[in-house]
Design a protein. Structure first.
Length: 187
């Protein structure tokens, strides 16, 4: 009798566990999260997610793990959309090329820290570039602020000049103060 009671009790426990798992599963089916960008910005490292069905309360369920530590992550919806922007501390820029694990609203993702475009306070990211005319190297020591490079790129100016045979290639990045003397280097 005791043995039969134990078997029945164990069967009930297993059924309860399976039932609670089955009933919990549909709650996640109407939610979706996709990590689509990892980048450095002035405020720190930024993760961007496409989401479906998340609430502000879901955004509190987050964690970020890297280099054997957990880090605080602040997440908010971006511009009245369903996209989510999560910000992490600037100090994570030192882990370029290493792996991380992030969880947002119960959805987990693995990634790699991108190339460090973060610069210390008082400095900005700059780029080195080369200029080609009709495929021939014309100048290989151009320098511009990354912000200016991105402006030219976003406004289609590289495409405009390319129709006249003038093309640009980014060859490197560095940090420097806002003012930069092209003849002698950083001011």
């Amino acid at each position: 009798m005791k043995r039969r009671f134990s078997v029945v009790f164990m069967v009930l426990i297993v059924m309860a566990m399976l039932t609670s798992t089955a009933f919990a599963a549909p709650a996640l089916t109407n939610k979706s999260v996709t990590l689509y960008s990892v980048q450095y910005q002035e405020g720190g490292m930024v993760l961007l997610f496409h989401t479906i069905g998340l609430t502000k309360e879901d955004l509190k369920n987050n964690s970020f793990y890297a280099h054997s530590n957990t880090y605080n992550m602040s997440c908010n919806f971006k511009d009245d959309s369903t996209d989510v922007r999560c910000v992490l501390p600037k100090k994570l820029a030192q882990f370029e090329g290493e792996g991380f694990h992030v969880v947002l609203a119960g959805f987990g993702f693995y990634g790699t820290f991108p190339t460090n475009t973060y610069c210390p306070d008082g400095e900005k990211p700059w780029v080195n570039f080369s200029v080609y005319i009709d495929g021939e190297l014309a100048w290989d020591s151009g320098e511009a602020m990354l912000q200016e490079w991105n402006y030219v790129l976003a406004n289609g100016l590289f495409d405009y000049w390319a129709q006249y045979g003038i093309t640009y290639e980014m060859t490197g990045q560095f940090c420097s103060p806002d003012s930069y003397d092209f003849l002698s280097g950083p001011a």
